[in-house]
Design a protein around this ligand. Structure first.
Ligand code: ADP
Ligand code: MG
Length: 243
């Protein structure tokens, strides 16, 4: 189990995360849903130290790591264990798909270049892009670029893959291919924490759904229960507003 505890964050005196706790069972897919502005992206950014928490810890099973820390060793320890997939891919535009996947392996993990290219080719194949390894991002569709982003994160073999609305920037016809890749990763046993507004995906592909509002977990549990029998009125209201 990966345990997130007591995460607090304010911007300009306004609490965006207000003592948030979250458990992510190993080899499970946890999806976070909730209204815009409820603190979902802030939580994920804090987990990657892109944003510094005011309080909170993450524990991968060998003791809590302080999410307020500014120590390079803490930041490295967390970043080595979490892979991040961004909404807007964040690919290097002047590099090929293969280089985008291989180079973090070389620079972040010290993998030898030939081995990094081998792993990168394997991961691109896994996301259905074996034939696109030598393409630059600008010649790929949004869906293909996002699959490169996923391959890049997965290639680093993270303990937890974090995805922030990975399909929200995509044209509708590109969404299902990316969601299918994510579903397959889940079936392969990747532990994932994903923010999504794709309610059907959350229903079908997650082991646990967490509804967040105003920086609190309002309700969480089995997708079938959350979607079909929400216990909290706010959850029911949110779900009916997304239909
Ligand atoms: P969500 O992803 O659930 O839509 P966010 O975590 O992006 O929500 O944002 C939550 C709130 O925090 C919003 O009101 C947003 O404007 C605010 N916020 C996020 N990042 C910053 C920042 N760097 N500075 C100031 N306010 C921020
Ligand atoms: Mg967001």
């Amino acid at each position: 189990m990966i345990e997130i505890r007591g995460v607090r964050k304010s911007f300009d005196g306004t609490a965006v995360l207000d003592g948030l706790d979250l458990d992510i069972p190993r080899k499970s897919v946890v999806t976070v849903i909730g209204p815009s502005g409820s603190g979902k992206s802030t939580l994920l950014r804090i987990l990657d130290f892109l944003e510094r928490a005011d309080a909170g810890t993450v524990d991968f099973g060998d003791g809590p790591i302080d999410l307020t820390s500014t120590k390079a060793s803490d930041i490295r320890a967390v970043r080595a264990r979490i892979g991040f997939v961004f909404q807007n891919y964040n690919l290097f535009l002047n590099k090929t798909a293969l280089q985008n996947v291989a180079e973090p392996l070389i620079y972040a993990k010290g993998v030898k270049p030939a081995e990094a290219r081998r792993i990168a080719a394997e991961q691109l194949d896994r996301v259905g892009l074996a034939d696109f390894a030598d393409r630059h991002p600008s010649t790929l569709s949004g869906g293909q670029q996002q699959r490169v982003g996923i391959a890049r994160a997965v290639a680093l073999n993270p303990e937890l893959l974090v995805l922030d609305e990975p399909t929200s920037a995509l044209d509708p016809e590109m969404v299902s291919g990316v969601l299918e890749v994510i579903k397959q990763l889940g079936r392969d046993g990747m532990t994932m924490l994903m923010v999504t507004h794709e309610m059907r995906f959350a229903y079908e592909a997650s082991d646990k759904v967490v509804f967040i509002e105003h920086g609190h977990v309002i309700e969480q549990g089995d997708p079938k229960r959350i979607f079909e029998h929400p216990q909290q009125q706010r959850t029911a209201e949110f779900l009916s507003s997304t239909n």
